[in-house]
Design a protein around this ligand. Sequence first.
Ligand code: FMN
Length: 347
Amino acid sequence: MDEQNSHTEKRKNEHIEIALNQDVTGKKMTTGFENYRFKHNALPEINFSEIDLSSSFLGKTMRTPFLISSMTGGTEKAYQINKALALAAEKQGWAVGLGSMRAAIENGQTAYTFQIRNYAPSVPVIANLGAVQLNYGYGLRECMKAVEIAEADGLVLHLNGMQEIFQPEGDVNFSNLLKKIEEAAKNLPVPVGVKEVGMGIDGETAQKLINAGVQFIDVAGAGGTSWIQVEKYRSKDQMREQAAEAFLEWGNSTAEALNEVKGSSAEVPVIASGGLNNGVDAAKALALGANLAGYGRILLPAAIENEHSIISKLDQIEFELRTAMFGIGAVSVAELKSTKRLKKIKS
Ligand SMILES: Cc1cc2nc3c(=O)[nH]c(=O)nc-3n(C[C@H](O)[C@H](O)[C@H](O)COP(=O)(O)O)c2cc1C
């Protein structure tokens, strides 16, 4: 293994360890979903057992409106996590995202850590690369390679500017990226989406991305995992460590980002993620117009145990969503999305 690859492996393992064991939330930042409450319906007039969560994404019908957010890959440990997540996603009918596939592009020996299609043959699988890599030598060829390695239904490019700044080895040239994202979105044979990693996408940015041909947007808003905080624990640089404290409340909250992105385009599919904790958060996100609700770090502890633990966790989130739907009398995701029972209680 050369030096670059062993660095990548160390970084991937550190990210998992830190996400599992440290407080990596922005502390002063919340998702914004606490500002909304459903008006309870005492007479829902529906049968709980007939509540139908079926949805669709990237041309596939899904049994649920859920996504496992992009998290990992590139090491044996990461492969075990991806495998458990894929098995659970298939069993429950969730879409599944992979972590950044740069490791596989740069070292073919790690490609297997992203090859989970066998375990998730029917659900949407989403390949992942950092958009900034398009400024560091990546182009259509690398994007396509990521899709092929994962046999993915689509590719999501992540925007992680703040993470790169706080990462000692970060790639910080984010100039003229939109044009390159456009080239990928318009020329790849699969749908290309864009996500943040926990700081949120705003309405103006969403509009630019949609005009550039991006086919879905994952807001990945603030209120959950903060990558500034994750990188703080890895940093050996006092200035960055201290600066991380100044950014505890940085970001567009998930609810705010979702409202803005939906305001930019009613048509482009939008994923609400970033700090979602349970199925009630998903119900609120769907009622605010999201097509899917995504969960990241809160799935990790179960994912490192085995696929049974992760299946129970997904089951729990589904039960909570169904129960919220029962509580407002919505028998389908379409009814939930058009409910008038979601009230803003605080601004
Ligand atoms: C351990 C870990 C690794 C992650 N790696 C990636 C990645 O490689 N690519 C990416 O787009 N997002 C990555 N993310 C970000 C998540 O996809 C998600 O956007 C973010 O964590 C916010 O969601 P959460 O609050 O539910 O965790 C990672 C998250 C975690 C916890």
